[in-house]
Structure formats: structure tokens, C-alpha cells
Ligand binder design. Structure first.
Ligand code: FPP
Length: 246
């Protein structure tokens, strides 16, 4: 029985989020520049997107560029931005053929104009697709997102559109950039780092965390399947006892 057949399709996580890490170290291991790692990371993005869609996962969120990533060497930042434009443009037909909708979270207005434009174009041209939503986190930081939400709600409270005591989890979640997207149930991080790095802090409250030593450019469909099987073997209790959930 291959790995995929071990997956219970009735117990899939609706939303999987991934911190794609280790492109630079993978390139170094092969004696190549860091950008070579990012380019090969695109193959892993394609494989993972296909694997998630084939299984029936509804949302896949990929951490592609954090707010902190701007402090990398200018050359690397430029290369990443160009790679994003090229990838979004090149994969557009495949996304449409596979009925996959593209979305993005983060402070998108601060992206270079070309990247921003390619992204908005991709989002617009795939907006009616229904099989799976691929969310790219770009210039994203969870603390930025939370502060943004607080400002939005504080403004509404100040002009009396809402009362402070009306603020609840649902209202807060609706002020985040992930509005309308269910919380990730599984968070994967590659490259042996066991950190969250300012990613989806509010949304991963109950997510299962899965760490793999593989560098992101090495990540393939079977590794995604392994992560799903691991997720399905865990007992998710949400604060209850084992007896209460069985
Ligand atoms: C982390 O590796 C990777 C990134 C910051 C960028 C991820 C981008 C891609 C995979 C390419 C394009 C993506 C899409 C969605 C089209 P790192 O550079 O932090 O590696 P290191 O920790 O080994 O230095």
C-alpha cells in the first residue's frame, strides 16, 4: 500500500499552512548561490499544491516572503520578487486547468509594482475557481496583521459603529487578512527549524505542528502525504479529555 492510500480522505485538514524553509542551506549544500535554492523551491511549491488539491484539501497557505525578509541582501530580495512574478504568470494556466483559486495575505501594497500587479492579475483570473484556494503569504507578518485588526476595530469603536464589549473572537477573526478562511489545522515547517516566525499567530491556536528535517526544495508529494498521515494519527482534544472525544 503506498502512502497516499493510507490517508483517510474523510479526516483531511481543511487548511494546511507551510513555512517553506531551507532554500539557502539546500543551495549551499550543492555549492550553489542561494537564489538557486529559491528557484528549486518552486518545484516543491508545484508538487505540494498538486498533492493538496488531489487529496481534497480546501486551503493551502504558503509563507513565501515575510516582512523580515526585506533585510536580506538586495540582490536576493530582487531575485525572489522576480521569481514570484514569473511563477505566478507561468502557473496561471495550470491553476485554471486545475480549478485552483489564488489568494494572497500580507501588506501587498508595499510589494514592488510588478510583483503586486502580477499577483492581483493572478487573483482576478482565478477568482471563480472552486477546487482549492492557494494562499500566498507575501510581505506578511502576524503581528502586523493583528495590529491592523486592532486599529480597524478601535476606529469602529471610536466612531461608535461597534461597542468595545461586542468585540469577540469572530469579529476579531473577520478583521484579519484571513477573513473567511478556516484556521489551519496543520502547520508544516521544513529544514529542522522549530519556530513559528511570526506566521498566522492568531489562526494556529489549535493547529497541529509538523516539523521535517527536509529542506524546502527537497519537499515532494510523498512528504506532504507523510505529514497528513502524521496529522491523522494525532488525537486532537481541544482541551477535552480522551474519553470525551472518543
Ligand atoms: C526560505 O528559505 C524560503 C523563502 C524565504 C522564500 C520561499 C520562496 C520560494 C519557494 C520561491 C517562490 C515561491 C512561490 C510561492 C512562487 P531560506 O532562504 O530562508 O533558507 P535558509 O534558511 O536555508 O537560508
Amino acid at each position: 500500500m503506498n502512502l497516499k492510500e493510507k490517508i483517510n480522505l474523510d479526516k483531511l485538514p481543511r487548511h494546511v499552512a507551510i513555512i517553506m524553509d531551507g532554500n539557502g542551506r539546500w543551495a549551499k549544500k550543492h555549492g550553489k548561490p542561494r537564489v538557486f535554492g529559491h528557484k528549486n523551491g518552486v518545484t516543491a511549491v508545484r508538487e505540494t499544491t498538486e498533492a493538496a488539491a488531489e487529496l481534497g484539501v480546501e486551503y493551502l497557505t504558503l509563507y513565501a516572503f515575510s516582512t523580515e525578509n526585506w533585510s536580506r541582501p538586495q540582490f536576493e530580495v530582487n531575485a525572489l520578487m522576480t521569481l514570484l512574478v514569473e511563477t505566478v504568470r507561468r502557473e496561471l494556466d495550470t491553476l485554471n486547468k486545475n480549478n485552483i483559486r489564488l489568494q494572497a495575505i500580507g501588506d501587498l501594497k508595499k510589494l514592488p509594482a510588478k510583483t503586486h500587479k502580477a499577483l492581483l492579475d493572478g487573483i482576478e483570473k482565478t477568482k471563480n475557481n472552486t477546487r482549492m484556494t492557494l494562499v500566498l503569504a507575501l510581505n506578511y507578518s502576524a503581528r502586523w496583521e493583528i495590529i491592523n485588526a486592532v486599529q480597524e476595530l478601535a476606529t469602529k469603536a471610536a466612531d461608535q459603529t461597534i461597542k468595545p464589549e461586542d468585540i469577540n473572537e469572530e469579529m476579531f477573526a473577520n478583521a484579519l487578512s484571513t477573513k473567511g478562511i478556516p484556521d489551519p489545522e496543520l502547520l508544516i515547517r521544513t529544514s529542522n527549524e522549530q519556530r513559528i516566525s511570526n506566521f498566522l499567530l492568531w489562526q494556529i491556536s489549535y493547529a497541529e505542528l509538523y516539523f521535517t528535517p527536509l529542506f524546502w526544495p527537497e519537499f515532494r508529494k510523498e512528504h506532504f502525504h507523510e505529514a497528513i498521515i502524521d496529522f491523522q494519527n494525532r488525537e486532537r482534544r481541544f482541551g477535552k479529555t480522551s474519553e470525551q472525544i472518543s
